[in-house]
Design a protein around this ligand. Structure first.
Ligand code: GLN
Length: 537
């Protein structure tokens, strides 16, 4: 292919319409037709990355192999495409300004006045084209965060306008995702908000090429004609996106609506091949026709907001399909677990996962949940902070080190079974300074994790500051909490297990980030299998 093609996805009328899912679904269809596709997210906020954001603000922080702390939409991109993303796939206003200001300080602008146009917009254009110029992709889909008309997204919209003009119509197109609200009192779908939103986009010099319309009800032919006429798009480019029972249905829905065909035609690409979605549909069949049902408790402190644990919930869906099991997830707030409530909250579950997290709040509840799982042979999966809590619980209740703790909770702990790495001790900046991204791990032959992975060398993604304290390793191992995964270079403990327990595994890394539809994560698959076996007892 001569040059990379660019697709921009903007949003109008309302936030939370699912631009990420539409972008990922279109990418899936194009990939299934044999194209090399990636997706990028531009976020108009001033944080340099979402790493410093509370999950209540922005949902989960997703981590890439190269250690970028990114928007959770990148998780959808990877889960749909089964291809790794990187730092280049997520750009924020903070990062754009940081880099322009650094260039200014280095004198790179040769005495010119540095302005939003052209300097900020040029930086945005460069960031958009980095992926295209890498030669790794035929098509780059760029999702612009926010809603058209927002003050903060204006420089992005201007950059898209310029790029579209520079690249030409057959190399770049704009998909505008909007909402067609249904007024139940009138019994009608309304197009006016979409008309306004398309006009707002036009005021910035961008004509939408394709409209994807989120709706709760089918769009009639007349309504599509009306939208096409008033929004200045061809009728075939008015695509209905009706509410789906699962996000994994959206690629097929977009296929039925012909979104990929319209895109290929406009970008002058061949429409001959038919997308091969065999594996995808096989996953969907398993997901929708489970033979069994189990309930897993997800113990965390951000449970009020589903998006906080997005990748974990999706990993359960992948692993459920692999086992042909419906996985019901019951969120349990760790602050609500104490001696009085623990039985009623956990007894009926088939397994529990203690979630990642930061800070002191809710820690004692997590430790109690671990203890219950350990003592009652309930399958247990601890991720990051969840693993650290498993180590503390074991030290306290089996080794008898009653004050065992993490340095994160008590800096002066006498028995700091979870401590700070030397390299972390002098760090004062919060952003981007944790142990991040992919690190190697060697698995102990014959362990549950090694059995699950089927190999001994793995690489998994990290996002944490504190570590298992090797000073306590001999004692812990002697008492039965065995180390089954080690970083071969640093000797840091990555995995702990209790061999006598039906399935008790704690991992310092985040397996959930690497679970995809095509490759359900082996530890999630093994955990669900263990929970299923437990449910039959
Ligand atoms: N707060 C813990 C640490 O920084 C765990 C982090 C996490 O669960 N992602 O080590």
């Amino acid at each position: 292919m001569a040059s990379t093609k660019y697709i921009f996805v903007t949003g109008g009328v309302s936030s939370s319409l699912g631009k990420g899912i539409i972008a990922a679904s279109l990418a899936k269809l194009l990939q299934a037709r044999g194209h090399r596709v990636t997706i990028q997210k531009l976020d108009p906020y001033i944080n340099v990355d979402p790493g410093t954001l509370n999950p209540y603000e922005h949902g989960e922080c997703y981590v890439t192999d190269d250690g970028a702390e990114t928007d959770l939409d990148l998780g959808h991109y990877e889960r749909f495409l089964n291809r790794s993303t990187s730092q280049a796939n997520n750009v924020t206003t903070g990062r754009i300004y940081q880099s322009v200001i650094e260039k200014e300080r280095r004198g790179e602008f040769l005495g010119k006045t540095v302005q939003v146009v052209p300097h900020i917009t040029n930086e945005i254009k460069e960031r958009i084209q980095i992926l295209g110029k890498s030669g790794d992709y035929d098509i780059v889909i760029t999702e612009i965060g926010g809603t058209v008309g927002d003050i903060e997204s204006l420089p992005y919209i201007e950059a898209v306008r310029q790029l579209k003009w520079e690249l030409g119509d057959s190399n770049a197109l704009v998909i505008h995702l909007t909402l067609i609200p249904y007024l139940s009192a009138a019994g009608e779908l309304k197009t006016k908000p979409t008309q306004h939103s398309v006009k707002t986009l036009m005021e910035s010099g961008i004509k939408a090429d394709i409209l994807v319309c989120r709706t709760e009800h089918e769009l009639s032919d007349d309504l599509k004609t009306k939208l096409a006429l008033f929004c200045n798009v061809r009728k075939e480019a008015v695509i209905q996106s009706i509410d789906a029972s699962t996000i994994y249905d959206v690629p097929n829905l977009m296929l039925e609506e012909g979104l990929d065909i319209v895109v290929l035609r406009q970008l002058a690409l061949s429409q001959d091949s038919w997308p091969n979605l065999d594996n995808w549909n096989d996953f969907l069949r398993r997901h929708k026709n489970p033979k069994h049902e189990i309930t897993i408790g997800l113990v965390g402190k951000y449970v009020e907001l589903q998006d906080s644990y997005k990748s974990i919930l999706e990993a359960f869906i992948h692993a459920g399909a692999a086992n042909e099991v419906r996985v019901n997830v019951e969120s349990i707030h760790s602050e609500h677990i104490d001696d009085r409530t623990i039985k009623e909250k956990i007894r009926h579950l088939d397994g529990i996962l203690v979630a990642p997290g930061f800070g002191e709040r809710g820690i004692e509840g997590k430790i109690k949940a671990v203890q219950f799982a350990r003592e009652n042979n309930l399958p247990f999966f601890g991720i990051c902070l969840g693993m650290q809590m498993a180590v503390i619980e074991y030290a306290r209740n089996v080794l008898g080190l009653k004050d065992a703790c993490s340095i994160e909770v008590n800096e002066k702990a006498k028995n700091p079974v979870i401590s700070l790495m030397e390299a972390q001790k002098d760090i004062t900046q919060m952003g981007g300074t944790m142990r991040l991204g992919a690190w190697d791990c060697t698995l102990e032959g014959g362990s549950k994790v090694q059995e699950a992975y089927g190999v001994t060398e793995i690489s998994e993604r990290h996002r944490h500051r504190y570590e298992y304290n090797n000073d306590f390793r001999e004692q812990l191992e002697g008492a039965g909490l065995v180390t089954t995964g080690i970083n071969p270079k640093t000797g840091l403990v990555e995995i702990v297990e209790i061999p006598e327990h039906p399935w008790f595994v704690g991992v310092q890394y985040h397996p959930e980030y690497k679970s995809t539809v095509a490759n359900p994560h082996p530890l999630f698959v093994a955990f669900i299998k263990a929970a299923l076996e437990n449910s039959k007892l």
